[in-house]
Ligand binder design. Structure first.
Ligand code: FES
Length: 123
């Protein structure tokens, strides 16, 4: 593997995260404005709470995607390793999501429409 990629991974703290959040901003499950606002809020809040480029049990890697193949009721968000799939994740829901799901580890059942937890065993 190239030294450049290793250095990028170190800079991004890949290897230190406990969670990875994917948020769909694709225009089939929500409008561009709604998806963009949700992404900005998620990004800003994770930074403001020191959960981005961070370490520890609540540290989160975040990724903006164009489609998670659900294509309805967006913005769609999925968080791993729990594998909780959230619908309707508009900007106004992000604070509660971070408080309860990320910091307290407590899923918000009324916003979750599917569950697909992944094993954390190393291969
Ligand atoms: S466009 Fe968001 S899930 Fe397909």
């Amino acid at each position: 593997m190239s030294q450049e990629l290793r250095e990028i991974a170190i800079r991004l703290k890949i290897g230190d995260y406990h969670r990875h959040i994917f948020l769909c901003v694709g225009t089939t499950c929500c409008s561009e404005d709604i998806g963009g606002a949700a992404w900005k809020k998620l990004k800003d809040e994770l930074k403001a709470r020191n959960l981005s480029l961070s370490e520890g049990p609540s540290a989160c890697y975040r990724t903006k995607v164009q489609c998670l193949r659900v294509c309805s009721g967006g913005p769609i968000l999925v968080v791993y390793p729990e594998g909780y799939w959230y619908g309707g994740m508009t900007e106004d829901r992000i604070d509660r999501f971070i408080d309860e799901q990320i910091l307290a580890g407590r899923p918000i059942d009324e916003w979750i429409f599917a569950r697909n937890p992944l094993s954390n065993q190393e291969h």
